[in-house]
Design a protein. Sequence first.
Length: 88
Amino acid sequence: MLLRFNNSCNEASLIINPDINSYQHVVIADYDVWLKVLSGLSDPVTTMLSVFRKLEVRGSMVTLVRLAANIVSPMAKVIMKIPTEIIK
């Protein structure tokens, strides 16, 4: 998933097989870790910190935590309202 920010989220899109070297910040994790992140969207900062050891982070973790606290939290509230079927 690509999220572009400039004081707010300007773009959100799904990218298949991205060139991760093209992006300033990248978070990589196994599918089961992302399921845990999705299930914890009501508190994304705590969720990200709980799975931190399982994440491969490229870029500033401080910036990613700040984004999670200030931007992703409001976005998560909207995402949680979208009916979603998670395939395990």
